[in-house]
Design a protein around this ligand. Structure first.
Ligand code: NAI
Length: 292
């Protein structure tokens, strides 16, 4: 695999913007793509403030910060990605929507391009089946927020080549990340374990066992987690949590993964967590209990 010089990231939400930032900070030319121009604007603002924080903490020089911002280009036109060496998809957690995108990217990208997905749970083998290059399709699952969290979970599909795996691992390591490898089963490693815990926290709230504050405090102080499960769900996005639970439920075929009705209700009510200003907690004013 030739040197990776140009990275493209499709989806400029909380994950895509963070991955694009990493690419630009580590010397790559980066295209950031979104169908929603407002999302691109929000991403540019958040990347620029995050880079500024790196500079003010002396983790990055002012010159390196300005260079990183200069290397970043935004677009809504997928055709702009025809020269990218690696394309990382970070759009909505829906298999059909991702498959449609992979099929489009397959037609646009040059023959050598690696198509990676930041999916939290969806089968890489099935995403690869939407392309003519399954050997060059791989899961590259960053943690939230990508510029800070040390882990990247790499997922090989049934046909991912050794060359694609090595190039993807090298890219993650270039970003200073520690890599773990998972087989291609729903939820991989991290979300296979994390999401049932978050779902159980919703059941604990739903069945009136405890208040949301006590559930979160219990898990923070009782198990040394930095965030409680309900706070963490708000941080991840309740829509993302629900999509992952549905993938686990269908993919692993066990009712123990059925999403909690309360989680479903929050999503139905549009209370998606921090990104909407309201989820289990209300971030618009100081932490009043919120019912969907
Ligand atoms: P988000 O909702 O913040 O952002 C998704 C972005 O994709 C939106 O800006 C939307 O406009 C854009 N988009 C949707 N369809 C598109 C298309 N066809 N073409 C271009 N742009 C499109 O979502 P978030 O949280 O960034 O998640 C993205 C992916 O990353 C999902 O697969 C999720 O499971 C995964 N992920 C999420 C984590 C989290 O903590 N939120 C952690 C790790 C992975």
């Amino acid at each position: 695999m030739a040197d990776i010089k140009t990275l493209a990231v499709v989806g400029s939400g909380q994950m895509g913007s963070g991955i694009a930032q990493l690419g630009a900070m580590y010397g790559l030319d980066v295209w950031l793509v979104d169908t929603d121009p407002d999302a691109l604007l929000r991403a540019t603002n958040s990347i620029s403030s995050s880079i500024q924080r790196f500079v003010s903490k002396s983790h990055l020089s002012q010159v390196a910060g300005s260079d990183a911002l200069r290397r970043l280009k935004c677009t809504s036109n997928l055709e702009d990605l025809h020269l990218a060496d690696v394309i990382i998809e970070a759009i909505v957690e829906s298999e059909n929507v991702k498959k449609k995108l992979f099929s489009e990217l397959d037609k646009i990208a040059k023959a050598s391009t690696i198509l990676a997905s930041n999916t939290s749970s969806i089968s890489i083998t099935r995403l690869a089946s939407a392309t003519s290059r399954p050997r060059q399709v791989i899961g590259m699952h960053f943690m939230n927020p990508p510029p800070i969290m040390k882990l990247v979970e790499i997922v090989r599909g049934a046909n991912t080549s050794d060359e694609t795996f090595s190039a993807t691992k090298a890219l993650a390591e270039r970003f200073g990340k520690i890599v773990i490898c998972s087989q291609d089963y729903s939820g991989f490693i991290v979300n296979r374990i994390l999401m049932p815990m978050i779902n159980e926290a919703f059941f604990t709230l739903y069945t009136g066992v405890a208040t949301k504050e006590d559930i979160d405090t219990g898990m923070k102080l009782g198990t040394n987690h930095p965030m409680g499960p309900l706070e963490l769900a708000d941080f991840i996005g309740l829509d993302v949590c629900l999509s992952i639970m549905r993938v686990l439920h269908v993919g692993l075929g066990d009712n123990k993964y059925a999403p909690c009705p309360l989680l479903v209700q929050y999503v139905d009510a549009g209370q998606l967590g921090r990104k909407r200003g309201i989820g289990v907690y209300d971030y618009r004013k100081v932490s009043e209990p919120v019912k969907p």
